[in-house]
Design a protein around this ligand. Structure first.
Ligand code: AR6
Length: 174
């Protein structure tokens, strides 16, 4: 079982074997984490995503799935792109959000990655409430069978950090 660590900061700065991108199905970029990863990682990542669209993912990457590319100029070894579900007040499927974490860890295992950094998938543009997303994320990671040794959640702000800290039983931010 992977050890969970928490960091408040920018996912593009993480020196890990793989960083996970909160992408969209097009794999062709966007705002938030996705925008930051492509900006800092450079055009090699987009070129790899375009190749994926031409080959295995002609219709795009389905929600809840994950796929790896180069990390370009990022300090990480690889980028694992996953597509979170859009939150809907009328009812959203937590299974799909959990699937993003499980599938990303499965891809990380295929890559031989031992350290993987995740953002809080779906909690920005896709609108999933942070506390609920944190619970789903931590449960999914703790329930995953993986060879990954460290899962690092990289939270952008203090309230996101606190939401994850509560889920893993830390009372105070360090
Ligand atoms: N490092 C860590 N966390 C960040 C960073 C960063 N550099 N930037 C934002 N966050 P989002 P989503 C936090 O919107 O909700 C894109 O346009 C942010 O505060 O990046 O899954 C894609 O192309 C929030 O808590 O991802 C898709 O179209 C969390 O990361 C769509 O947004 C996720 O926010 C995906 O939306």
């Amino acid at each position: 079982m992977a050890r969970i660590t928490l960091v408040q900061g920018d996912i593009t700065a993480q020196e890990v074997d793989a960083v996970v991108n909160a992408a969209n199905s097009s794999l062709l970029g966007g705002g938030g984490v996705d925008g930051a990863i492509h900006r800092r990682g450079g055009p090699e990542i987009l070129a790899a995503c375009e190749d994926l669209r031409r080959s295995h993912y002609g219709k795009g990457l389905p929600t809840g799935r994950a796929v790896a590319t180069t990390a370009g100029r990022l300090p990480a070894g690889h980028v694992i792109h996953t597509v979170g579900p859009v939150y809907q007040v009328s009812g959203s499927d937590p299974w799909l959000l959990a699937s993003c974490y499980r599938e990303s860890l499965r891809v990380a295992d295929e890559l031989g990655a031992r350290t993987v950094a995740f953002p809080a998938i779906s909690t920005g543009a896709y609108g999933w409430p942070m506390e609920d997303a944190a619970r789903i994320a931590v449960e999914a990671v703790l329930g995953a069978e993986t060879n990954v040794e460290e899962v690092r959640f990289v939270l952008y702000d203090e309230s996101a950090y606190q939401a994850f800290a509560e889920q893993i039983g830390l009372s105070e931010a360090e």
